[in-house]
Structure formats: structure tokens, C-alpha cells
Design a protein around this ligand. Structure first.
Ligand code: KG4
Ligand code: ZN
Length: 344
């Protein structure tokens, strides 16, 4: 089954064609990172307009790269949320128009769940060897831990009670004077840092508590950065200590989750922070189970993960009846947590 996936939830306009949820035929991503860099974060109104400017060209490029014709597409998938409302509407309207003109089903998917499907792109492992799995989505907006019996079954076990992990990388990057988005730059700087030079508190230490927290860690970094000159730690040592705890709390909570779900066969890590090479290294050495990460180009937002998620929705018996437009008017202004939109 060939599905075209449309992604526009934040600052990437992305379109991809994916066969049977795993084989990426083509994938195009128009990133707005340079547009937003001068503001130090994503400006929703600018992002929505950029999507509008980019979406048709991205679609044409994805079709050209695939060498396929429109009549070969079996269904359309689109990120319906969570995300920035104006941005989501651009992708949703485009996907709906395309689905109607081609007379094909349209699958709206949960963007956070789609990140997990992205980790399965290109692999040949059978589902029986992967599920049940514990999956993590560690991105700029979310730090979620799920228990999954199949690619479309999500049981939320833990989420952050304040900042998301990627968001804290970005904020710490800013404190350390690094460019936006801070995540990759903090990782690079941390490589030059040493263990034991900077002490930062451990977050959510109580083992049984299945939740994440990044706000206190960020404050501790801010104190370390602002110490008087003579006792100031090097920025690289601060970046090192921050990264170890940002990732360390995820490892501790995974251990807890594994102890309550011993039947787990594998671990999936997805979302922008899954691109972090220290994260990949510690995950592979710490756990005896197979750990699946997306290929680097599918860690951040992309259309392929959306198409893959739509495929799993189809396999689950959903009929692809289109967008629930009411969702957009129900969007909470202050935050856009998946639970408000998708019943988690
Ligand atoms: O999944 P994503 O592209 O967007 C959301 O859906 O939020 O994630 C973006 C986040 C940003 O916060 C970015 O700084 C972080 O992923 N990120 C990283 C790395 N690469 C991207 N964080 C740590 N280390 C990295 N190498
Ligand atoms: Zn995302």
C-alpha cells in the first residue's frame, strides 16, 4: 500500500511516499530553521506562512523523486496534532484537497505517535520480534514514554511534568550562548567536557515515580553559568553535566518501566533528541534488549513517519474518513499536549 504523508505541525514542511509503512520511496523536507533562528525560537504566524509558501513545491519534489504518478497513491496521511494550529491547518487543508481530488482515503494521525513509526522505517525485523515495546518520543515538545502492543496501540506510561527534553537542550544552548536550535550544539560542546567537574541535581529521583522533569535541571544550569568569574566552570563541562542528567533520568525511568512490564521485547527511541549520539551510545550499552532508533534523517519532523503511521491506522481497521476539523477549535492556547486532542 502506497501512502503519501504530509507533515506541517511546527517548522518543517515535509512530504513523503512510503510503501507498506516501512519502505521510503521519496521524502522531501523544507526546514524553516534558518528563518526562525534570528528569533531564537519558532514564531507560529511566520511558520504557518512559510508552510503555505513551501507545501506545493515540496509535494512536487517528492512526486518527482519517487518517479510515480498520482494514480499510484492509495491513501493520504496527515499530522492532525499536536502542533501549531495555523501550521497544522495548512497541511490538513492540502491533504484534504489532494485526497478529495484523487478520491482516496485520508488518515489524520497523531504527530507524536508518528515519531515512533519513524523508528521502524527501513527495518526488516518482524513485528513479533519488536512488540510489545517501550517507546520514547523525546522531542522539542514532548518527552513521552509509551507501552505498545502493536504499531498503533499506545499506552502512555510517563510524560514530562514541565519542560520537554529537547526544549531544555534548546534553553541550555541559549544560556551557553550557542545558536538555535541548541540541541545539536550542546551535544557537540559536551564532547569537550569532563565528568565530575560540574555537579547538577538528579531529577525525579524517586524510582517508582514514572514522570520526567527538566525545569529544575535548567535552573541548576543557569546557576552554574552565572557563578562569579573566579569559580566559573567551563561551558563544555556544564554542557557535559547537563546532557548526562537530561539523558540519565530517561534511562532511570526506562528501568522502572521495564521492571513493571517485563514482557517487553524491545525499546524504541524517536523524536529530535534521538539524533543525539551520546543518547544512542548509552541506550545501546545499558539495555540488553534490542533498541531501535530512526535513521538520523527521520529523527526530526518528516513526512515518512506520518505516512507510516497512517499505514498502521489502516492496518488497525480505520477507514480514513478524513480530518476532524473541530479538533482545531478545541486547541488549548497555553500548551498543545496530546492528551487534550487524542484522549491520552
Ligand atoms: O522532533 P523534533 O524535530 O520536533 C518536535 O516535534 O519537537 O525535535 C526537535 C528537538 C529540538 O529541541 C532540538 O534541539 C532537539 O530536538 N535535537 C537534539 C539533537 N538534535 C535535535 N537534542 C539533543 N541532541 C541532538 N543531537
Ligand atoms: Zn515532532
Amino acid at each position: 500500500m502506497l501512502i503519501l504523508g504530509v507533515e506541517s505541525s511546527c517548522d518543517e514542511t515535509a512530504i513523503a511516499l512510503v510503501k507498506d509503512g516501512r519502505d521510503v520511496i521519496s521524502s522531501m523536507i523544507a526546514s524553516q530553521t534558518t528563518v526562525h533562528a534570528k528569533w531564537g525560537g519558532v514564531i507560529p504566524e511566520i511558520a504557518a506562512r512559510e508552510h503555505l509558501n513551501a507545501i506545493f513545491q515540496t509535494f512536487e519534489q517528492a512526486m518527482t523523486e519517487s518517479g510515480l504518478t498520482l494514480s499510484q497513491i492509495d491513501a493520504i496521511g496527515v499530522s492532525q496534532g499536536p502542533g501549531l494550529v495555523g501550521c497544522l491547518l495548512v497541511g490538513a487543508a492540502f491533504a484534504k484537497g489532494l485526497a478529495q481530488s484523487l478520491e482516496k482515503p485520508l488518515y489524520p494521525v497523531n504527530h507524536v505517535h508518528a515519531h515512533v513509526s519513524g523508528a521502524l522505517l527501513g527495518i526488516s525485523e518482524s513485528s513479533e520480534r519488536i512488540f510489545p515495546t517501550l517507546s520514547l518520543v523525546v522531542s522539542g515538545g514532548h518527552t513521552n514514554l509509551y507501552y505498545m502492543k502493536s504499531p498503533s496501540h499506545f499506552e502512555l506510561l510517563a510524560h514530562t511534568m514541565d519542560d520537554a527534553c529537547g526544549e531544555s537542550f534548546d534553553k541550555v544552548g541559549k544560556m551557553l550562548g550557542l545558536p538555535y536550535p541548541g540541541g545539536p550544539h550542546v551535544e557537540m560542546l559536551a564532547r569537550q567536557g569532563c565528568a565530575g567537574k560540574v555537579q547538577l541535581p538528579k531529577m525525579v529521583e524517586k524510582k517508582s515515580l514514572l514522570t520526567f522533569s527538566y525545569s529544575g535541571l535548567k535552573t541548576a544550569v543557569s546557576h552554574a553559568v552565572n557563578r562569579p568569574e573566579q569559580s566559573q566552570a567551563s561551558k563544555a563541562d556544564i554542557a557535559y553535566a547537563f546532557q548526562e542528567e537530561a539523558l540519565g533520568q530517561i534511562l532511570r525511568k526506562l528501568e522502572t518501566a521495564l521492571s513493571i512490564r517485563p514482557e517487553t521485547r524491545s525499546i524504541i527511541v524517536a523524536g529530535g533528541v534521538a539524533a543525539n549520539s551520546r543518547f544512542r551510545e548509552v541506550m545501546q550499552t545499558k539495555f540488553r534488549l534490542p533498541v531501535w532508533f530512526p535513521p538520523l534523517k527521520y529523527c526530526s519532523d518528516n513526512g515518512a513517519m506520518v505516512a507510516a503511521m497512517a499505514y498502521y491506522e489502516h492496518c488497525d481497521g480505520k477507514n480514513g474518513s478524513g480530518i476532524d476539523w473541530d479538533v482545531f477549535s478545541r486547541y488549548p492556547f497555553e500548551h498543545y499536549l496530546a492528551k487534550d486532542l487524542c484522549g491520552e
